[in-house]
Design a protein around this ligand. Structure first.
Ligand SMILES: [Zn+2]
Length: 402
């Protein structure tokens, strides 16, 4: 056992490693312990969640170092004191607030970046917005809101441009002789493009999730299965965007990679603002009619278009899916009733119930809101109810100036 149940690393093993590889004594001792803990966690994920096994790293790959203690941060001076390294200057991306929990150093595009994880108390206020929205992470549209008045959210076009550039650069790399200086240069250029695209995508998701959470009291998304995501996640954990490289310009792939990041952002941003995030079962959201509830594979006239075989309802396929997602979330919460039934004349049974944005009764203004939340939880709905209390926050604090 390398790491016992209380998270302590076996001292003898640590000592043995250092004897075998004397250079391991150079970094701070806790960094080595952290690496062993991470390795143990990776193997546990492998067996518990059927993730891919951790693989060996090439030299120069995955250059990160996490320091769990003895770090001091001085926001006013913009300095960070680290064990064995001493005091280093930071260029802030923003100031870290709260008590420092750990510091991760990461080499990115030839520069060292420090990520400070801090902890502080946040007061969570009820959201000021009352609207509810369903989001579909689509094949055609990047993110489609259920509300007809909200425009589809698309990835910035320049990302596609950079991806084309990256594919060309990949060809350049493959033409260079292995081990040559020019190949190394080409690889470095490719890595810069890679990081640039990842940063653009992250920036895009940050902006859009902030907007969505700020304007709604209830946000519904699909609860995509872990199994579906591991195929790409296995590649992304160690080598982000691997799928993007292989499959040319597919919005879907980009999104599948961005989905878990977006969900993660929505989760903590919703918690900060007291917004409810509900994840619903994704089955048949793209085949079901949002107007009458009729579900059939034939309802999809094309990839982009939805045309109901029962009632003739015709609309953008992603918009239709987003409406289904919102309605399912509201059903889980008990805000609206069960499946919609088609009326004899083919009109939807409850137009107001799921026609996009409407007042969400669980928004803290309604008298019976407190009663609703526990009940929905008892039904087993996947609800992230806002919680007051301590929230761990990750603050990125720019580049280091050693
Ligand atoms: Zn229909």
């Amino acid at each position: 056992m390398l790491v016992d149940s209380s998270g302590r690393v076996d001292r003898d093993f640590n000592g043995l490693l250092k004897k075998l590889h004397p250079w391991l004594s150079e970094p701070p001792a806790q960094a080595l312990q952290q690496a062993l803990k991470d390795l143990c966690a990776a193997w546990e994920r492998r067996y518990a969640l059927r993730f891919g096994a951790p693989r060996f790293r090439k030299k120069g790959e995955g250059q990160t170092l996490r320091l769990p203690q003895d770090c001091a941060y001085n926001a006013a001076d913009g300095t960070l004191r680290l064990p064995k390294l001493g005091e280093v200057r930071l260029r802030h991306s923003r100031q870290a607030l709260g008590e420092i929990k750990n510091v991760t150093l990461r080499k990115e595009r030839g520069r060292w970046v420090a990520a400070l994880q801090t902890e502080r108390e946040l007061e969570v206020l009820p959201p000021t917005a009352t609207a509810a929205v369903g989001l579909d992470f689509g094949a055609v549209t990047t993110i489609m809101p259920s509300d007809d008045s909200l425009a589809p959210i698309e990835l910035p076009q320049r990302i596609g441009r950079y991806e084309r550039r990256m594919r060309r650069q990949q060809q350049v790399v493959s033409r260079r002789r292995k081990g040559s200086k020019n190949r190394r240069k080409a690889v470095a250029r490719l890595a810069r493009l890679h990081a640039r695209i990842a940063a653009m995508r992250r920036d895009f998701l940050h902006k859009e999730t902030t907007k969505v959470v700020g304007a709604h009291a209830l946000v519904a998304i699909e609860d995509l299965a872990v199994k579906n995501m591991t195929a790409s996640a296995a590649g992304t954990a160690q080598e982000p965007g691997k799928n993007v490289k292989q499959k040319a310009g597919l919005n879907r792939t980009i999104l599948r990679n961005g989905w878990s990041m977006a969900r993660n952002m929505l989760e903590y941003k919703a918690a900060w603002r007291g917004v409810m995030l509900v994840a619903v079962p994704p089955a048949y959201t793209s085949q079901q009619c949002s107007a009458c509830g009729f579900s059939d594979a034939g309802n999809r006239a094309s990839q982009a278009r939805f045309a109901c075989l029962a009632c003739g309802h015709n609309e953008n396929a992603d918009r239709n899916a987003a409406k289904n997602i919102l309605r399912r979330a509201q059903e889980q919460l008990g805000v609206v009733g069960a499946e919609p039934d088609a009326q004899p004349d083919g009109r939807p049974a409850r137009t107001a119930g799921y026609a996009g944005t409407q007042a969400c009764e669980g928004a803290g203004t309604s008298k019976d809101a407190p009663r609703r939340r526990p009940r929905s939880a008892a039904r087993g709905a996947s609800v992230r109810a806002p919680l007051a209390g301590t929230i761990s926050e990750l603050s990125l604090s720019g580049n280091l100036h050693a």
